[in-house]
Design a protein. Structure first.
Length: 175
């Protein structure tokens, strides 16, 4: 421990004049424009907080969209009728009992549902994981935590839904 010398005198405090007045803080305009498309989205994640966060993001990006959240993957009846209602399904991969991979495999097993977009939202986002997701039929992967700009998320979802929707239209026109 350093102790001051009994004969030391403190240096005088120097003041720097600073003009006092109104301090302007930068104003950021939110120029982000969401999509006006009335998509139907299904979110499946075992974590309620993750569901709430991602649902909020989707509602900001797609204000007219219907967003259904399911926390218990076992509660999902994995039927063709269920999946046919949605334009895109967002799946957490690591869920107990029924995983996102199980759900994706079931969904891709219905040939009439090739129009449904499938996006993984997961902490498992290594290259080897993403190759597996691609082979199962996922269209894209968003890593958790979601460190992507709104415009990038919007663009990717629009792309997935557009490409998958074209498959539906192609099937209709071939009838």
């Amino acid at each position: 421990m350093v102790t001051p010398s009994p004969t030391a005198t403190p240096e005088p405090v120097k003041t720097i004049p600073f003009p006092i007045g109104k301090i302007e803080t930068p104003k950021f305009e939110n120029k982000f424009q969401g999509s006006d498309k009335p998509y139907h989205f299904l979110l499946v994640d075992d974590n309620a907080i993750n569901l709430r966060i991602f649902a909020r993001v989707l509602r900001k990006l797609f204000p007219r969209a219907l967003v259904r959240c399911v926390q218990d993957s076992l509660a999902l009846e994995l039927t063709e009728e269920l999946f046919s209602r949605f334009d895109c399904v967002f799946l957490d991969i690591d869920m107990p009992l029924v995983t996102g991979i199980d759900i994706a495999t079931t969904l891709r097993g219905f040939p009439t549902l090739d129009h449904v977009g499938l996006i993984a939202v997961t902490t498992r986002a290594l290259l080897s994981d993403m190759e597996l997701y691609d082979s199962i039929g996922f269209d894209h992967t968003f890593p958790k935590p979601l460190n992507v700009s709104y415009s990038d998320i919007l663009a990717k979802i629009e792309q997935v839904v557009s490409v998958r929707g074209a498959l539906r239209e192609g099937r209709r026109s071939s009838r």
